[in-house]
Design a protein around this ligand. Sequence first.
Ligand SMILES: [Zn+2]
Length: 380
Amino acid sequence: MRRKIPRKIERLSDRLFEMAEDPSLLFNDNSERSQALFKMIKSKADGWRKPGRCMYRGCPNLSIANSHSIQRTGPISQLLEKGHVLTPKFWNGGMQLKSVGASDASTFPGFCTRHEAIFLPFERTSSISTDEHVELQTFRTICREIRRKSYDVQQLEELLAYFNDRLESKAKEQTAAQKVEFKSITVQGGVFGKIQEMIDAGKKTVDDLEKLYDLHFDAIDNKVRTRLSGFCIQSNLHFPVALSGLIQHRTSTANHTWIAGVIPQAGGSLIFLAGQPNDQHIINQYMNDVKISVQLIGLVEAWMVLHTDHWFLKPSVWQAIPAHRQDQILTDILDVSKSGLSYEWSIFDDLRRAAMVVPAPVLLGPKEEEIFTIQRAKMN
Ligand SMILES: [Zn+2]
């Protein structure tokens, strides 16, 4: 005969399962919860600024706290208004564009003083103009993404351990109150399971990025050709954004981890993408759909909204966007289910309008007309 679970134990386990779905129940009240949240956000920000080991392979030195992943002179300084640029930040339960000063934009604890100096060739000229410069910028982007992603994983692991501790002490409290013996508690579902999934996905991305590092390192250390695939173009479009980040391109058969950059410089913007050697044909297919300027604008917007939040935008460009579209863009930045080659709303209205000006004697064909109609609708 099956033994019936006593009602009070059933109620107790229901309450504990509820906590796994809603971690706010792990706290006694709102003030305790806000304090814990504030402490977590502050420790996350402080920890990120702490020097770590230099990311140049084999170097035993400690990094400086603020290596730039996009050089400050040149790209960022072109975008400054009143000394500031805008960057996406998760704040108060939502995404916002926050103002940051030039010296804080795009810094990370990356390299020691000696290895920070390897970037001097293009730091001095404020222009990425040779293959060697591109290899260096690619290296810096990979390093920044490895550090960022590893740090995110570490933070999630600490968060999960913290929730587990809270759950255990709540379970002890409640079992004692019911005079029930407490042994242990393990939760795999609910928020606990979601955090674990994020940790696993983060670790996989770090592995992918480390492979890119391995394939690229010789190009920096021995000045040989990189083994990475990808492309690099100098576009004559002056994108009012500097971006350096991770692209996760999903196809029906696989996920591809790439790094990309948009660097404003004299004459326009340098745009690059790099991935593993056997990704070249997928990158070619990906770029095949980007034939005219407006499609390249859409691609950069897709990188900003659907792939990476590591970018710095000229403030007046954002201020010119109507509020309803700004809200949509911020919501979409948080929506991880979205991916793709193009984004449905416009960020760069002026650039887009200029790219669609057709010189007087030229008549558009039906295909171009169709593309332009789609492009105009993005500015609603
Ligand atoms: Zn070093």
